[in-house]
Design a binder for this molecule. Structure first.
Ligand SMILES: O=C(CCC1CCCC1)NO
Ligand SMILES: [Zn+2]
Length: 368
């Protein structure tokens, strides 16, 4: 089993500035200076755990390359690219006012999207069996004409569009397990029946009023967007049932040539930007199910692209668990927090979560 791994230190230099988490510091409003939630720490520490645990020695390091304008324009408008280019020397915002970047921010974003392209190309070309792209800034909220939710470019959407064009890949399934709705990827392929987008997320946590189970794609793409909003407080039981009863059956009906995973870890039990209870063991099992399905459906061709996940202590264990699955590690790193988080009350599936899953489950039959 060969697993490609993309990481570049410059991802840690993407500068989201001095913030009060989500807002610029402002003494007049009581907003004390702190770090932006989307800072380098959580992702840099994933990499450091991968190195210190020795997992990195079982991975095939892939060097990212920046995406070209042409690749960016497969998904984004010239106006959006121009906005980013114009602000690249001074720093600026991706468009929604909450997605800041410093000087050179577009260069880092190009390398993040290019890191996902590199990982996906390596999988499609058979250079590796599967891959993990630990990139920053994230991408799954970026729309064609505006960045949002800390995302400048649609990393996964660009990678999917790029390999369809360069390698003639036919049917691509994107499974978004970030706790926030993968609105950008969904929008990029809204009317395209050859790209199935599936998003499992906390109900309406972000973007506002987005990710309803009734959002199903449009035109020829109707039925090829699948949304599973889950109630706050959902833990391993609910997530694993969601994958088992909705994600896997949808993949089996769609029969992808390639599976991409928008791998956010902000459904973790202690994330500041959501209210779910997933633990490293839950993420390991989610990863296991998706990797096994890729083996059954598309020769094991699966690539993960890192998205959100903000707790600097716990996200490393969650992401490390998934990368271990990709690399076929038999003796996984122990989660030191399992005793705390795995045993929280209501980790098992709850009736209201079951109802949310059932609402999406009945839509699967419309695929294919
Ligand atoms: O992790 C993210 C970013 C979510 C935040 C964007 C503004 C408030 C919540 N998206 O996947
Ligand atoms: Zn997120």
């Amino acid at each position: 089993m060969s697993t490609g791994y993309v990481y570049h230190e410059v991802y840690g230099w993407h500068d989201t500035g001095t913030h009060a988490g989500l807002l610029p510091a402002d003494p007049r409003r009581g907003l004390q200076p702190h770090r932006h939630f989307e800072n380098a720490e959580a992702k840099r520490r994933v990499h450091e755990l991968v190195v210190v645990s020795g997992l990195v020695d079982r991975l095939t390091r892939l060097a990212p390359r920046p995406v070209t304008d042409e690749e960016v324009l497969l998904v984004h408008t010239p106006g959006h690219l121009a906005r980013l280019v114009a602000a690249n020397d001074t720093g600026g915002d991706a468009g929604d006012g909450g997605s800041p970047f410093g000087p050179g921010g577009l260069d880092v974003a190009r390398l993040a999207a290019g890191g996902v392209v590199r990982a996906v190309e390596a999988v499609v070309d058979g250079e590796v069996d599967n891959a993990y792209a630990l990139v920053r800034p994230p991408g799954h909220h970026a729309l064609a004409d505006v960045g949002m939710g800390f995302c400048l470019l649609g990393n996964v959407a660009i990678a999917a569009a790029s390999v369809r064009r360069s390698r003639g890949v036919g049917r691509i399934a994107v499974v978004d397990i970030d706790v926030h709705h993968g609105n950008g990827t969904q929008a990029a392929f809204e009317d395209d029946p050859d790209v199935l987008t599936i998003s499992v997320h906390q109900d309406r946590v972000f973007p506002p009023d987005s990710g309803h189970v009734t959002e199903r794609g449009s035109g020829a793409g109707f039925g090829y967007a699948l949304n599973l909003p889950l109630p706050p407080g959902t833990g391993n039981g609910g997530y694993l049932e969601a994958v088992r009863r909705v994600v896997l059956p949808a993949l089996r009906r769609f029969r992808p040539d390639l599976i991409l995973v928008a791998a956010g870890f902000d459904a973790n039990a202690v994330d500041p930007l959501a209210r779910m209870m997933v633990t490293a063991s839950g993420y390991r099992e989610i990863g296991r199910m998706l990797v096994d399905e890729a083996a059954a459906l598309c020769g094991g061709r699966i690539a993960f692209a890192h998205e959100g996940g903000y707790d600097p202590v716990y996200v490393p264990f969650c992401a490390h668990a998934v990368i271990e699955v990709l690399a076929g590690v038999e003796e996984p790193l122990e989660d030191p927090f399992a005793v705390n988080f795995d045993n929280q009350g209501q980790q098992e599936l709850q009736p209201h979560q079951d109802a949310a899953i059932a609402a999406a489950e009945k839509l699967v039959a419309d695929i294919g």
